[in-house]
Ligand binder design. Sequence first.
Ligand code: PXL
Length: 278
Amino acid sequence: MKDTKKVLSVQDVSCLGQCSNTVALPILAAAGLETVMLPTALLSTHTGGFQGYSFLDLTEEMEKILLHLSTLPWRFDYLYTGYFGSSEQISILQRYLPGVLAPRAMRIIDPVMGDEGRLYSIYDHTYVRHMRRLCEGADVITPNLTEACLLADLPYVGPRYDAVLYETLLARLHELGARRVLLTGVLFDEQTIGVLGHEEGLAPFRATSPYVNRHFHGTGDVFTGSLIGFLGRGLSFEEASARAVRFVSDCIADTVPVMDTHWYGLRFEGRLDALTKQ
Ligand code: PXL
């Protein structure tokens, strides 16, 4: 039997909130991938809509963990990065990557920085610069529109699809050095949301689902986690993107009925079999 592929998942642990590693672990496991966790911070909850959360920055610990991991014989087949606690963490990670990743590891960067036109409060423009550098060597980046505009240094334009603008955005993101770009949360029309994907040398593609006009926390984490799961299952970039869009849409359908109490994340548990099946 072949050994499982290993994903180095670099993001926080939010104890309650269904985001980052608490989402990545079950989703990647359902897809048959093994998660090697590198926590960036430990929070009581995520920062979207909760008051008074605790936040422990793990920058120093990350370096110790990476130092140890790099002495071990295992190398990781995927890099998946999400929410970092500081700019310095990005520099530390970049320093250790050559020692921990397999030679042809796939680097998937979700440049978590903001939403709805605003940077998350813990980040600043130095952080954006560091994130640009991390995206340079990426195989796939999955920014939402806020993050895409920050990376491309363009003003935020809202989620409404506009062909010329979005082509400019995709082109700028490729200029950064990312091979494949998936713009998430694109509102194609009043009823249709989805992703706009582009791989160098190929025509752009869309993957869409019905638009539900409410804000759902953690959709980006469920999307990128399931995208890696489907890629790990051997699907092409385009097919994996379409399956991840459908997965998120199904999770949203399960979340809507419980939104009054479960407003902080997506109910994905009942949909994991989509990743388990071939
Ligand atoms: O879902 C992105 C995310 C991850 N981790 C933490 C967050 C957020 C978004 O708000 O606060 C701690």
